[in-house]
Design a protein around this ligand. Sequence first.
Ligand code: MTE
Length: 360
Amino acid sequence: MTESYSELNHVSDEPLVKESRVVNLGSFITPTENFYIRNHYLEVPDFSETTWNLEVKGCINSPLSLSMNDIRALPKKELDITLECAGNSRSYMMPQAEGIQFNHGAVSTGRFKGVSLNTILNLAGLKSTAKEIIFSGGDLGTEEEDGAVFSNTLTYQRSLTLDQVRDENILLAYEMNGYPLTRDHGFPLRLMVPGWYGMASVKWLVSIEAIEHPFNGFFQKNRYVLIPEGPEGTTLGEPITKLAVKALISTPRHGEVIHKGPFTFSGFAWSGWGHITKVEVSVDGGATWGKARLVNDQSDTAWSKWEFTWQANKIGHFIVKARAYDSKGNVQPNNVRWNFRGYANNAIQTIAVRVASGRQ
Ligand code: MTE
């Protein structure tokens, strides 16, 4: 069944890519119909729970083949998780970077329920020689680069090192916002790696394999690496991992007309390196900054809502910016280091608003 996704902005049909409307990102949990979608391949699996199994294999003591009933019978864990695509805000990179031109809407937060990855790894028993774990999705396709076709005959695959999989918050999730995952969000099971860019959270998970050497798959080495200048040396870039500290202004929208008097700006801020400690807002293009209120309890896995009330006393145009700080001392920059594929753009967002005289 093809969904219409009338609440999302169109980015690409082949593969299906839709971004959230920033004005729809007002609530802490993003309703599923407003949650962005990023598929790499044209066709995505249409699994049925009755025929799907998760294979756990490789450098482990007890190979497993688990059905959804087996997985649901394991201890459950529910977490609010902010997912941001590494290509979010790519269209603001100057000069234009390679890739799908997302505005600021490739970020959303869901409530994910599943089982902790470590529960499964403990059942399987990793051998002492295991170094990395490969997570494979059930989607298949081809990728082209510099004229060469990479027949990614395996599937969409990503790996994590043993150090990285120790995080108890990594989930194998089967529910999102109280319902089974939808097909485009990875039904029946997906990996969720909180605090990492979205590429790590493999959808349509079909296998988990422990290996004794570093994994060199296409989406590990040819994509999701920071290439400073051009396409040369595509396998040599620094890999993208955790979310860079960032604030989003979701109210008002860019170009909105507001009325003289008090006005509350709001949005969210997140970082994969620590929790958000401060958000500041400027209404004069960055010359002066005021401290915003953080309105929800700090979460290790999800964004923080911020609000800033401004007394709009003068009519005219105003340039508004928001910048976030995290507990590891990271501050959002004015500009980011340009990179060939436009990943991890956390430059401060700027919007313009017009203040008009009183309400009608
Ligand atoms: N997993 C598989 N199997 N195939 C994919 O194309 N896309 C990744 C990740 N997991 C992808 C995948 C990327 S780049 C992102 S940003 C997130 O899924 C998007 O998750 P969503 O579509 O549920 O928002």
